[in-house]
Design a protein around this ligand. Structure first.
Ligand code: DAH
Length: 336
């Protein structure tokens, strides 16, 4: 028995020298310690061992079993920590993990661009409240009580006299109430209308309002400023066209078109084959508006304009659905 024990120990030690992975370690465990393994085999033979030798043989066998158990355990840990260390190594050839990069929303980008152009022309940026008194949204802008835009279908009312502004023209009044001419300001911000949401409508969108008031401001000044703006915004080749229109707060009023930036004047679906795209409303400030804020219409003249930022962004970037701006789909937002 003692010889057999020695032989097993010897063969175990020899075999262990070649064990380099977890799989072989497990195979060794089964071979030596398993139910039908070599140690069990010897245990089974113990009863037939000579009575005087049996206690010492049992002891030796137990020592060997514990030794094998410890050795296998040690090997297992050694292999595990070896693998962990391998994992810790820095592989300089591996591509790095790029941090997610944030970027400006296309509306913010477009707004910044519009603001920059006007600031470079000497305009100051001003802001006003989104929750407004009816007076600033309508009365002061010469919009009479029966005007359809005052209807609850066209404006969000909070209570009788308080509403969500439906345009940024409100800020014109707020500035003029507080300041004397000369005034040269643009007023960006959110506006609200209870429109059903579709590809070209949203209950909230952005506008940029413009106002310039001084002595001797003429319609030609308005044309000059807006033509320059459209060229800077849409490219040097962009033509601008003024069409007669009506707004209660300007007289005369105009709707301003740019030559279609998609087909460059050939006619396409975007411009409905008209070759022109409407981008804003404008005009000379109505003397009634000056009266509402206490300016003398005899002393001052001015021009005003208002544009939708979503519309400009859609034209500039070729986006055909306004909802894309508000759905927060990163696949869309990542493109800007
Ligand atoms: N407030 C108008 C709107 O929301 C846009 C507008 C048109 C503003 C003409 C102006 C202007 O200042 O002169 O439809």
């Amino acid at each position: 028995m003692e010889n057999e024990i020695r032989d097993i120990r010897h063969s175990f030690e020899e075999e262990m020298k070649n064990v380099t992975d977890a799989k072989t370690t497990e195979e060794m465990r089964i071979k030596y310690l398993g139910r039908k393994g070599l140690i069990s085999g010897l245990m089974g033979k113990l009863p037939s061992v000579n009575e005087d030798e049996r206690p010492s043989a049992g002891k030796e066998l137990n020592i060997l079993k514990t030794y094998i158990q410890k050795e296998l355990e040690r090997k297992k840990n050694e292999l595990l920590s070896g693998e962990a260390k391998k994992g810790e190594k820095i592989d300089v050839t591996m591509p790095g993990i790029l941090p997610e990069e944030g970027r400006l929303h296309p509306i913010t980008k477009t707004l910044n661009e519009i603001n920059d152009i006007f600031v470079s022309l000497g305009f100051k940026i001003a802001e006003g409240p989104e929750i407004e008194k009816e007076f600033y949204n309508f009365e002061a802008l010469n919009i009479p009580p029966e005007h359809p835009s005052r209807d609850a279908f066209d404006t969000f009312y909070i209570k009788n006299d308080v509403l969500l502004r439906s345009h940024t023209s409100t800020v014109q009044i707020r500035i003029m109430e507080k300041t004397q001419p000369p005034i040269q300001a643009i007023m960006p911000g959110k506006v609200y209308r209870p429109d059903a949401v579709d590809a070209s409508h949203s209950f909230m969108f952005h506008q940029v309002e413009g106002l310039l008031v001084d002595k001797d401001v003429k319609f030609s000044d308005l044309k000059g400023v807006l033509s320059l703006f459209t060229k800077r915004m849409f490219g040097e080749k962009t033509k601008t066209r003024f069409r007669p229109s009506f707004f209660p707060f300007t007289e005369p009023s105009a709707e301003v078109d740019i030559s279609c930036i998609i087909c460059r004047g050939k006619g396409c679906r975007v411009c409905s084959h008209t070759r022109w795209l409407e981008i804003l409303g404008a005009g000379m400030v109505n003397p009634r508006v000056f009266e509402a804020v206490g300016y003398s219409p005899n002393k001052y003249t001015g021009f005003a304009f208002g544009m939708g930022v979503e519309r400009i962004a859609m034209l500039k970037y070729g986006i055909d659905d306004i909802r894309l701006f508000f759905e927060n789909d990163v696949r869309f937002l990542k493109q800007f």
